[in-house]
Design a protein around this ligand. Structure first.
Ligand code: SF4
Length: 257
């Protein structure tokens, strides 16, 4: 009954931008389907609860940091909301918070919760090698926010141990992520897999859009193969459409060659 209740929950909130938390997805087609408004294959109830628990742990970690007298700035005082940074018109990132150092310096704060095996791997190898998508997320965030380092705090869900790593900003990695995002904005991306039975497609939230031709609810410029995303936040069409699509055809990623 609980699973059924979770299945009834619908998350209609479309995230129609290239998010920092998603940029590290190894499949650029998966990022593109989300950005272009194609439907998501609904997560299983268990997965929804894992996401919920992750959010709850994040709040608890913030409380722990405050208990330890770390100066955490959870929200942007100008907006009263989560810190938000943007670039190239369509790339947006939200930070878990900023940490203010003794001399007033600011660092990015990123909080993750992990199971024991993953946590140990992260301790042993470092975030860059154990969890590349998290590393990419914080590099993109630091680049957009002009920050020099990130306090990456990872919480062990089995033992309640903390892990901590200071990740320095890399101009090189940031530039590479912008190149990836630009290709997504142009719609010029390949699937990571050649066939739908590839292990990397298992559990992908865009599987139905990718391999079963599930289409968006609305025929908009964003989801049309003829349009590209511009740096001013708009969309432009190769056939000259402006608000309404006259020759709509669904965007598709290129097949892997
Ligand atoms: S189903 Fe596979 S190829 Fe398609 S978007 Fe997802 S990961 Fe990429």
């Amino acid at each position: 009954m609980i699973d059924e209740a979770y299945e009834r929950d619908s998350d209609d909130q479309e995230r129609l931008y290239i998010g920092a938390s998603g940029i590290g997805n190894a499949c650029p087609a998966a990022i593109s389907f989300g950005f272009r408004g194609f439907p998501e294959t609904p997560p299983k109830p268990r997965t929804k609860r894992i996401f919920r628990d992750g959010r709850r742990i994040e709040w608890d970690v913030i409380k722990d940091l405050k208990k330890a007298k770390v100066n955490v700035l959870e929200v942007d005082p100008l907006t009263g909301k989560q810190w938000e940074h943007r670039t190239c018109g369509h790339i947006i990132g939200h930070a878990d918070g900023l940490i203010e150092g003794a001399k007033g310096s600011l660092s990015l704060l990123e909080i993750k919760s992990m199971n024991d095996a993953r946590w140990k791997k992260c301790i042993k190898e470092g975030v860059k090698f154990s969890d590349r998508h998290y590393y990419d997320q914080v590099q993109l965030m630091m680049g957009m926010a002009s920050l020099e380092d990130c306090h990456f705090l990872f919480y062990n869900k089995n033992t309640s141990d903390y892990g901590h790593e200071v990740i320095p900003f890399s101009e090189f990695d940031y530039a590479a992520l912008l190149v990836k995002a630009e290709a997504i904005m142009r719609g010029d991306v390949q699937r990571i897999a050649e066939t739908e039975d590839d292990w990397r497609c298992r559990g992908c939230f865009r599987f139905d859009a990718c391999w079963c031709d599930e289409l968006p609810k609305r025929k908009t410029m964003r989801s049309c193969a003829n349009s590209v995303a511009e740096h001013d936040g708009s969309w432009s069409c190769a056939n000259g459409c402006t608000n309404e699509c006259k020759d709509w055809e669904p965007w598709r990623p290129k097949n892997r060659s």
